[in-house]
Design a protein around this ligand. Structure first.
Ligand SMILES: NC(=O)c1ccc[n+]([C@@H]2O[C@H](COP(=O)([O-])OP(=O)(O)OC[C@H]3O[C@@H](n4cnc5c(N)ncnc54)[C@H](OP(=O)(O)O)[C@@H]3O)[C@@H](O)[C@H]2O)c1
Length: 260
């Protein structure tokens, strides 16, 4: 379980532990990981922690090796860890957005690559990705994040088709806004999503809602789940209206002959 130190990951970890799964909680913040682990233990569950920066090249192999050492052949991988930086793409230093892409896209793929042989070996298992509604509604200033999440959806759905017959199911869970610290900068007194939750409480989900969707997948695996259900329906309406309102967002073509 990656990104288990706070937010959606911590909520998913608590919920999975309540289902009786023994967990390896992965993240960089040792103190917060230990707090989540202690909370799970106090509620009668089992979890240990592993401090790992998943943007590092060798992290996935380390996580898989430690998972086998501590848990035996694993049943489930939850790829939840992620970052989001809201900034114009042309203003972002290359190394910085490449690190975001590595964390949000390459790291979950590397982890899946490291865990898949183990899951296939026992012919039973699940990989769950926490994607994002931004795969449907890409957001300006979040182009790298939106692109990574769209790629995660494509990868997860294709892989499910590839491995389902061999006993492994792959699911992508795509929440809308959730009240977490995602996108918080060191200068922020309050994370953007926490502020949104305070100003528009009904527009923002609690992490436990996403955790419930993940638990449902344990019993009823599906390739793609949008959270909440109301979003799954309203997005179709938004798509239909896009030709009317979307045009305002488009830039004019570059010059009369269409060449830039
Ligand atoms: N909040 C939303 O509105 C929303 C909506 C849709 C999808 N999501 C997705 O939900 C997932 C969880 O995000 P959240 O909202 O819960 O945000 P969050 O509160 O900021 O939590 C992010 C988690 O990812 C971990 N993480 C980040 N970079 C890492 C790295 N390099 N190595 C290891 N762990 C790393 C963090 O742990 P450490 O700091 O301990 O490393 C933390 O536990 C993300 O994939 C996000 O894209 C969120």
């Amino acid at each position: 379980m990656t990104g288990a130190s706070r937010g959606i990951g911590a909520a998913v970890a608590r919920a999975l532990a309540r289902e009786g799964l023994e967990l390896l909680l992965v993240g960089r913040d040792e103190v917060r990981l230990s707090e989540v682990s202690a909370e799970i233990a106090a509620a009668g569950g089992k979890a240990s922690t592993l401090v790992q920066d998943l943007s590092a090249a060798e992290a996935a192999e380390t996580v898989a090796r430690v998972a086998v050492e501590r848990l035996g052949v694993p049943y489930l991988l939850v790829n939840n860890a992620g970052i989001a930086t809201a900034q114009r793409f042309d203003r972002r230093p290359r190394g910085e957005w490449e690190r975001e892409l590595t964390t949000d896209l390459l790291a979950p793929l590397r982890l899946t690559y490291a865990f898949l042989p183990l899951l296939l070996q026992r012919r039973r298992g699940q990989v769950i990705f926490i994607g994002s509604a931004s795969a449907d509604r890409p957001l300006p200033r979040l182009a790298v994040y939106s692109g990574a999440k769209a790629a995660v959806r494509g990868f997860g759905r294709a892989l499910d088709l590839e491995v389902a017959r061999r006993g492994v199911r792959v699911s992508v869970v795509e929440p809308v806004y959730v009240r977490t610290e995602l996108g918080r900068r060191p200068s922020d007194s309050e994370a953007p999503l926490e502020r949104l939750a305070r100003e528009h409480p009904r527009a923002v989900l609690e992490p436990a809602v996403v955790a419930r969707a993940v638990v449902r997948l344990l019993y009823h695996p599906r390739p793609l789940v949008r959270v909440p259900l109301a979003w799954a329906a309203s997005r179709l309406l938004l798509e239909a209206l896009d030709p009317l309102f979307g045009a305002r967002r488009q830039l004019p073509p570059p010059g009369g002959d269409g060449r830039g």
